[in-house]
Write a protein that binds this ligand. Structure first.
Ligand code: GLU
Length: 293
């Protein structure tokens, strides 16, 4: 499998509504937006809400309001993954016909939490009804050249084993939905937090099985809190205060180590950030120095 460098640029911001957007999410939105716009590309927004039990009340509304309040202008209508479940089911069916997926009856308790899946159910030919669905991986090194983090590789068979595309409770896994939608939305460039770096080989593998073109990846350093944890909804990072949009925007631009922009309307600030955008300034590491909130 070889890397490709697409010429047209189509980027995206794909938050999960598992909590309100926080400062780390704003950094991702700013970076994906400025990177796309500085290359005359388009920028799309997708709400990744397949994991229905983890949806946090009202966070979807906060995400949509934030996009507007911070001056982002998506180039197409925002899509919601939970309205697209039949598409992911069709892709699983396509993979089933090609014998790339199988049903698995192993429970998390049987497997242990961090165990590498040994393919226990691979050849059992179980019925797909009410079982988890796993995709087969192969014993080969998958590598990609991240625009910030450099070369990153994984042998999925050694590092992970066959992985789940659909859970026993019917929830479509993020790995499948993200790959299918990046393809169907015509995305060429992924810009997101470095917490997702280790997911990338799984996504490249799925894209390869489905015959999709390779994407370009850039994984941003994560903003950390005072306890040394990445800002996340789970760590109760502060929700973005929309009344403070210009100030927060200038802080996010600064955290990405871009030239300062003058305080103005968010839309004008973004315009200035796009003109000045230079990824050579972004720290080439997975965590930012300093603490955020
Ligand atoms: N939905 C994921 C999240 O909120 C991001 C997915 C991606 O950018 O690939 O963490």
């Amino acid at each position: 499998m070889s890397d490709v460098s697409p010429t047209h640029y189509s980027g995206r911001f794909a938050p999960s509504p598992t909590g309100p957007l926080h400062f780390g999410s704003l950094m991702t939105a700013v970076a994906s937006y400025c990177d796309a716009k500085s290359q005359h590309g388009s920028w799309l927004v997708r709400i990744e809400d397949t994991d229905i039990p983890r949806i946090f009340p009202n966070s979807e509304t906060h995400i949509l309001k934030s996009i507007e309040a911070f001056g982002f202008e998506p180039d197409a209508e925002i899509i919601f993954q939970r309205q697209r479940l039949s598409i992911y089911e069709q892709v699983i069916e396509q993979l089933r016909q090609q014998h790339w997926v199988y049903a698995c009856q192993c429970t998390r308790k049987m497997l242990g939490s961090n165990a590498i899946y040994q393919g226990t159910c691979r050849d059992l030919d179980l019925d797909f009804q009410d079982q988890a669905i796993r995709v087969k991986v192969s014993d080969e090194l998958i590598c990609f050249e991240d625009r910030l983090q450099g070369r990153h590789c994984s042998n999925l068979q050694h590092d992970l084993g066959d992985f789940v595309l659909k859970r026993r409770d019917g929830i479509i896994n993020y790995q499948l939905a993200v790959v299918v939608d990046d393809y169907l939305q015509g995305i060429t460039h992924v810009v997101r937090g470095a917490d997702l770096l280790d997911n990338t080989e799984r996504q490249i593998w799925l894209g390869h099985l489905l015959g999709y073109p390779r994407l370009s990846y850039m994984h941003l350093p994560l903003a950390m809190n005072a306890s040394g944890q990445k800002l996340s909804k789970q760590n109760l990072a502060q929700a973005l205060d929309l009344k403070q949009a210009p100030l927060l925007l200038s802080q996010a631009i600064q955290a990405l180590q871009q030239p300062a922009v003058e305080l103005d309307t968010p839309s004008n600030m973004l315009k200035q950030a796009i003109v000045q955008w230079n990824i050579a300034h972004i720290p080439k590491q997975t965590e930012l120095a300093g603490t955020y909130f």
